[in-house]
Design a protein around this ligand. Structure first.
Ligand SMILES: Cc1ncc(COP(=O)(O)O)c(C=O)c1O
Length: 393
């Protein structure tokens, strides 16, 4: 059967379309005034001193680590329950990723396990605000206090997340957001880096555009003449105005989108709460606002005669698009080479990696569509439940 309720769907309305058309007609499509306006609006929204728009969250993570001077000989601690980008960017810079485990309840980075894995080579720790719940920043800050290690927040899931009253992105540490179409707001592809440190922000901007002192928009406007200077090699990672125009409109709808996500998450909890084969997401024990980027449940496989991949496949046959966030990164070919990591190294992550699945969640999802998801989950559960006599279907 064709997928009828997808895992995600971006909400694009007439004003997004009009904003992009306006840029197309404006004569300036590359990074320019709209990207600058989006940066300003985003900084204001989260309370950041500096916001830097880039072409993807991955590019943002890459830039932050590069701007911090992380490279060969350095170690960067990340969770393994994440998208590969979190780890890959450190390896791309010649550093070595060290994976730490997550907490069994929330699946957020475990500060105690981070503490165990710190060495004198550790330069950065990168928590992921998994599914839109804030990582335990207070616990991580306590572990890092007095050490020369930067906390870099992978905030790809956290547009609209708060940790103890602080908007993610508004704190002292660098944070990196993603605006991929599955995320809470989208620019098609895109991301934002927020930082409080002025010189670090300047270096990120420099590396974002070839290591050149002046971007093309200022030269186009004739500001400071046409000459430019390469201070060091950089990348070409700035967000275009076409993408930023989308982002500006989407940012204005963030509260509405996230309120709808919140409503749907609460409804899942009510509608699935009695199912003994499914473990629902567990909220962090500290005050927070959850952005509900993803709704990740865990299967109690001992009560089923089907594995997680089979469960996702069975939902697909009923027209429901479920997802997997994520396959533990340390189990991928590259990270297992040379015996660096092996099954058993991160038990909580590995157990989650076998049992998690993400149910459809997006602002445009109707209650009726959600009811179909719930009915499909119940149907698959009924069909594949372990019966008394040992697993007859
Ligand atoms: C946890 C996490 N970090 C980083 C990224 C990378 O973001 P982008 O796709 O914008 O490069 C993603 C994207 O899905 C993600 O889920």
């Amino acid at each position: 059967m064709q997928i009828q309720v997808p895992l995600c769907r971006a909400t694009i309305e007439d004003d997004e379309v009009a904003a992009v058309v306006e840029v197309l007609r404006s004569g300036w499509l590359a990074s320019g005034p709209r990207a600058a306006a989006f940066e300003e609006a985003f900084a204001q929204r989260v309370g950041a001193r500096h916001a830097i728009a880039i072409e993807s969250g991955t590019a943002g993570l890459h830039l932050v680590l590069a701007a911090l001077g992380i490279g060969p000989g350095d170690e960067v601690i990340t969770p393994s329950l994440t998208w590969p980008a979190t780890a890959n960017v450190a390896e791309l810079l010649g550093a070595r990723v060290v994976f730490a485990d997550v907490l069994p309840g929330t699946l957020l980075l475990d500060p105690a396990d981070v503490a165990r894995r710190i060495t004198d080579r550790t330069r950065a720790v990168m928590p992921v605000h998994y599914a839109g719940a804030p990582a335990d920043l207070e616990g991580l800050r306590a572990v890092l206090r007095g050490r020369d290690i930067t906390l870099v927040q992978d905030a790809a899931h956290a547009v609209g997340t708060r940790h103890r009253g602080e908007w993610i992105g508004g704190g002292a540490e660098p944070a990196v957001f993603s605006f991929h179409p599955i995320k809470n707001i989208t620019t098609g592809e895109g991301g934002m880096v927020t930082v409080s440190d002025g010189p670090l922000a300047e270096r990120i901007r420099l590396l974002r555009f070839h290591g050149i002192t002046k971007d093309s928009w200022s030269r186009h406007q004739g500001r400071g003449g046409v000459r430019y200077e390469v201070l060091e090699p950089g990348w070409k990672y700035a967000m275009s105005d076409l993408h930023a125009a989308l982002g500006l409109v989407q940012l204005g709808k963030l509260d509405r989108f996230n309120a709808r996500r919140q409503h749907l998450a609460a409804r899942y909890e009510t509608l699935l709460g009695d199912l003994d084969v499914i473990r629902l997401p567990q909220a962090p024990p500290y005050p927070h606002t959850h952005a509900w980027h993803l709704y990740v449940v865990r299967l109690q496989l001992s009560r089923l005669v089907i594995d997680r991949d089979g469960f996702i496949g069975a939902l697909g046959e009923l027209g429901i698009g479920a997802g997997l966030h994520f396959t533990p990164v340390h189990l991928h070919h590259y990270y297992r080479r040379d015996g660096r990591y092996a099954p058993g190294d991160l038990p909580v992550t590995e157990a989650a990696g076998e049992t998690i699945l993400s149910l459809p969640l997006y602002p445009g999802m109707t209650d009726e569509e959600q009811d179909r998801v719930v009915a499909a989950v119940r149907a698959v559960t009924d069909r594949h439940r372990l019966r008394e006599q040992g697993g007859t279907r």
